[in-house]
Write a protein that binds this ligand. Sequence first.
Ligand SMILES: Cc1ncc(COP(=O)(O)O)c(C=O)c1O
Length: 164
Amino acid sequence: MHQDSIHQRNILSSEEVQSLRRQFPIVKNKVFMNHAAFSPPCRAVKEAYDRRLHEWENMDVHRWSSEAAEAKKLFSKLINCTADEIAFTPNTSTGISSIATALPYRRGSNVVVTDLEYPAVTYTWLALQRKGSLETRFVKNRGGRIDPSDVDLSNPQFIRKESE
Ligand SMILES: Cc1ncc(COP(=O)(O)O)c(C=O)c1O
């Protein structure tokens, strides 16, 4: 979105937009559209990495666990849960895989995903299907979009097969 249109909609002031842009040096030369697996870190993240490496190099690591606890507390406020519901994982796929493989599945269980899902996420469910733990059922996209009415979980095709 162009910064003027953000400003016009009163979401952020142009000073705030400029301040956010300064956090991402890449935007001086490029328009970066893919904030997924590989995205440019903002200055604050890079500085935190540099600080951690410096502390690690000097074995000055005694604050790490209290800072991790503080990070959980702050993030829990952001997503409105409790700090003990937050866990650190190396990345999204590992986190989903850890949870998916730890859950108990009753006979006839299925999981509903879309056919536009990121492959690393879908592979976890397909691996559990191959082991016989569950069945993976896909909501098909239409023209590159998922229609919310197609994700109606009361649809018989998504309901667990109790009798099997
Ligand atoms: C939509 C989406 N979901 C999940 C993932 C997996 O994330 P990670 O690389 O953190 O495992 C990605 C990665 O690019 C993604 O784009």
